[in-house]
Write a protein that binds this ligand. Structure first.
Ligand code: HEM
Length: 370
């Protein structure tokens, strides 16, 4: 199918914010109603763990990180990752974002046409490599090798998700061999960095790797190289492409919606060089980014949840084993969720914060990462 997001959207437009249908042998429920989504992802999280089919496929490529964790292992893994997101570290990442963004502007060939999709992919890759494992721009060859292998993993994961039969990781299928090969390239590069870091007295490089080298697991032991690599690859997979795609859509909307773009330019022009950047000084820009994420969410479908028991969400019966899907793309564009949903209107985010919209989807809450 060429446009699965568009197809689901057409169905939801026609039949409403809860759709139940058969997909092969499975009964599937697509939920696009905010309070029901909150029930599945938060209120009844224990009854709706991530589907093991999905996490098994993902873990072939990214191992045992927070993304593939089940409900038992999720909390300890979160605890390990948490220090990486403390205020002090976020400030250090922000320094990298600012420096690399400014350098990227001055490197642009002014007056020429620039492919912003390529430019944003490059910028996001440089920032991801620097903030995750301290790879500098001068080590671009390594960064590019990591990126190529990650892209290959992305591609293979999509193929795996589409496949009817999924072979376990130990089975020598063509897909599994290609996944292992791509992961090996990434492992070799991170191993090199790890070896260097482990051989020198500990120094905080302000990256995720430094935080993981300091972390201990629930038994108080330091993390193994395998643990560390799984964490780093997980964050790379979820953080790199999502960010570069969001930035690319921001440029698309800046080019398309003049009046809204002018509000952003005004805020940017009034910002004094060297003044600390924070979103409270850029309300129109923040609203603009939220609106871009609403209409163009980089994660159009979140990982399936599978009911562990017969349950009921707002009167809809969900049987044990049924899968529940949530599509940010559909949720964000449904008329019942947003006024004039199809219109690009950043001002909707400037008014009173609407809790319903705040919980609506992690995509819009990802604004801070952009
Ligand atoms: C615009 C950028 C981003 C968007 C739209 C986005 C969106 C999402 C969405 C929709 C999920 C839920 C997936 C699911 O439950 O199946 C998710 C999960 C996650 N994201 Fe992001 N994300 C973005 C950037 C990032 C970045 C930069 C990082 C960190 C480097 C990150 C880390 C994570 C992690 C660790 C999870 C899994 C959390 C868990 O399972 O507990 N994301 N993201």
């Amino acid at each position: 199918m060429d446009d699965p997001a568009g197809f689901l959207m057409t169905l939801a437009d026609k039949f409403g914010d809860v759709l139940q249908f058969k997909l092969g042998p499975f009964k599937v429920t697509l939920i696009s109603n905010p309070s029901m989504i909150q029930e599945v992802l938060i209120g009844k999280v224990k009854q709706f763990p991530k589907s093991t089919r999905d996490t098994n496929i993902l873990s072939k490529a990214i191992g045992q990180g927070i993304v593939t964790a089940d409900q038992q292992t999720h909390k300890p893994l979160r605890k390990i990752a948490q220090p990486a997101f403390m205020h002090r570290r976020l400030q250090s990442y922000q320094g990298v974002f600012e420096q690399y963004a400014l350098e990227s502007v001055s490197d642009l060939n002014h007056g020429n046409t620039v492919d912003m999709a390529v430019e944003m992919e490059r910028l996001s890759l440089q920032i991801t490599c620097k903030t995750l494992f301290g790879l500098c721009k001068s080590e671009l060859k390594k960064a590019s090798a990591v990126s190529e292998a990650m892209n290959e993993l992305h591609h293979l994961l999509s193929k795996n998700f589409e496949a009817v039969v999924n072979f376990p990781a130990w089975f020598t299928s063509l897909l599994n061999v290609r996944v292992k090969r791509a992961r090996k390239i990434i492992d070799q590069i991170i191993d090199e960095i790890l070896l260097k870091r482990r051989n020198e007295p500990f120094q905080d490089h302000g990256d995720l790797l430094s935080s993981l080298l300091e972390a201990t697991d629930e038994t108080g032991n330091s993390l193994t190289n395998k643990n560390i690599k799984d964490h780093l690859v997980s964050y790379f997979i979820v953080g790199h492409e999502t960010t570069s795609n969001s930035l690319m859509w921001c440029w698309y909307c800046l080019a398309k919606y003049d009046a809204e773009a002018n509000k952003v330019y005004k805020e940017v022009i009034h910002h004094k060089n060297g003044e600390p950047l924070s979103f409270d000084k850029f309300p129109a820009t923040l609203a603009f980014i939220k609106e871009v994420l609403r209409l163009f969410p980089p994660v159009w479908l979140i990982g399936a949840r599978r009911a562990t028991e017969n349950t009921d969400i707002d009167g809809f019966k969900i049987n044990k084993g049924d899968k529940v899907f949530i599509s940010p793309f559909v949720v964000h564009r449904l008329k019942s969720n947003f006024n004039k949903a199809e219109h690009f209107n950043p001002s909707r985010w400037e008014n009173e914060p609407d809790i319903k919209k705040a919980v609506i989807s992690p995509s819009v809450r990802a604004t801070e990462t952009v």
